[in-house]
Design a protein around this ligand. Sequence first.
Ligand code: C2E
Ligand code: MG
Ligand code: MG
Ligand code: MG
Length: 281
Amino acid sequence: RAKQRGRNRIAVFSRSMQDKAQLTIHFENQFRRSLRNGDFFLVFQPQYALTPQPELIGFETLVRWNHPERGIVSPAEFVPMAETTGLILHLDRYVLREACRIWGEMRASLPACRALHFSVNLSASHMDRPTFIRKLEKTLAAFEMPHESIILELTESALMSNPETAARKMQYLRSIGLHVALDDFGTGYSSLAYLTRFPCYCLKIDKSFVDNITTDENSVRVVRAIIHLAHGLGMVALAEGVETPEQLAQLQDMGCDQVQGYLLGKPMPQAALRDVIARNC
Ligand code: C2E
Ligand code: MG
Ligand code: MG
Ligand code: MG
């Protein structure tokens, strides 16, 4: 009887393994189909310099999936699975091309755009690909995108899995005038020693710290330390997820260079960009 139960248990286990495999296959098929059909689209969240009043400097590109069965799905839901299946590489390439296309259009018809940058998020897995930089340069050249107009957002984990290679690639990116921002800074396993060898333009202070700066003394200390660290290494500090005027005032007070968040602007569709740029530039 026990044996039977054991066998059932194994059966249940392998059934769920099979379900999981099937789910993954279903996800992959749908994801590929959606890439072909143009179901992914971009939204843009404004980024501001604190001078000390907020001044529009650019936009972060964020992807959305208009899923044929589930409607709009946020990247928090599908990026993890896209990472494990490797499909994130295809998605990021699509996002980069699409962002270049849209900004090319905007710059042609709205000269004020030329002073603005746009950033794109790149998965950590690009760093391990030998063709990453070549493909990136090729895309930027194909769209005649000036390198100073784009910022690559990478997370710390992108750099830490193979810090030697990452440092070399980061140096090359800098040498061709491309800026890198370290996203979600403070939440990964960054080694401060390596930080000195990654030529970054910006540290993005994670929202989880910003959330608490008006209530928690320790969060204030951490944010202040990150800002000092950035400045000490010749980088700028950008605080993400700013939602209240109190947080903004506090960040201005601390000497934070840049901010983004719902308080100043939510991610918006391409159609809304023109208005925001016209109003701010
Ligand atoms: P992230 O790059 O750290 O982006 C910030 C996330 O916080 C975005 O969520 C943004 O919409 C949200 N956010 C911004 N301001 C506020 C605020 O004031 N309050 C709150 N509650 N949220 C705010 P989103 O668009 O869902 O993206 C989630 C993550 O997915 C991004 O985190 C990024 O890591 C990843 N992601 C987005 N687009 C891409 C992409 O094209 N490629 C890759 N590889 N990853 C992407
Ligand atoms: Mg980002
Ligand atoms: Mg971030
Ligand atoms: Mg974040």
